[in-house]
Design a protein around this ligand. Structure first.
Ligand code: FMN
Length: 229
């Protein structure tokens, strides 16, 4: 296997005011969100193929999510990789049947209680044999990154620790962290109560904090290191 270099953790969504479209920093270093679309929880799955400069490399973006917004991030990553010539499939981890047809895999999850969701960690555990042989990158969405500070970035980086410790054999070539969405209408009663109290303390209001330019930029950087372009 070719030696893969580990790039440093890239934080998007916590970039300073005006640096990216969609999110602006408020006083206190908090990002200002777009309105969160309320309503039904949807889990995006997609497939795309570049007609412009096909590389014929097949990339899987597998994700897990509780309220659905991580699917939007996975889809945006997929679009960006598709624009670089890859054939991309975006799937929920529970809907992935084997990895043998993919040249590279990007795996992501929403954060709950300072960790990826259990099903995403289980996906890496279950597929570690294959994931040690192809380029792999990890990403997460969370609300810690709504705050633009070194401490928040460190905290968000630590959310990868459970999966990195659970499956040390899989060595991601890059780690991406993105601010996510706070939408109480998509949570069950218990989670809504917990999050309302926690977010009130932190001054984080309901809304969509995803930074599409930052998400896309991370994916564009992945192209060469996933060896798809
Ligand atoms: C029950 C619960 C626990 C959460 N725990 C954390 C946490 O520990 N740290 C954090 O930064 N964000 C936390 N979040 C915020 C989510 O990671 C964030 O809202 C994410 O965008 C949700 O993605 P999803 O819409 O794909 O589920 C939590 C959200 C919920 C509902």
């Amino acid at each position: 296997m070719e030696q893969m270099t580990r790039r440093t953790f890239v934080i998007r969504g916590s970039i300073a005011a005006g640096a990216t479209a969609g999110v602006l920093a408020l006083g206190g270093g908090l990002l200002s969100p777009q309105p969160a679309g309320s309503g039904q929880v949807e889990f995006l799955e997609a497939r795309c193929e570049s007609n412009i400069k096909p590389t014929h490399k097949k990339v899987l973006i597998a994700y897990s999510s509780y309220c659905g917004s991580t699917g939007g991030v996975a889809d945006a990553l997929g679009q960006a990789l598709c624009d670089r010539g890859a054939l991309v499939e975006v799937r929920l981890v529970k809907n992935v049947n084997g990895l043998s047809s993919y040249d590279a895999v990007v795996i992501g999850s929403a954060v709950r209680s300072a960790s990826w969701l259990p099903e995403a960690i289980e996906f890496v555990e279950k597929n570690q044999g294959h994931l040690t042989r192809i380029p792999v990158a990890y990403f997460l969405t969370c609300l810690a990154l709504v705050k633009n500070s070194e401490g928040s970035r460190r905290l968000a980086r630590s959310y990868f620790d459970p999966v990195l410790k659970a499956v040390p054999a899989v060595r991601p070539i890059d780690l991406g962290g993105f601010a996510g969405v706070l939408d109480y209408s998509k949570m069950n009663f218990m989670y809504r109560m917990i999050m309302q109290s926690k977010m009130k303390d932190k001054g984080v209001t309901e809304g969509d904090y995803r930074d599409w330019n930052g998400i896309r930029a991370w994916a564009e950087g992945l192209g060469p290191i996933l060896r798809i372009s």
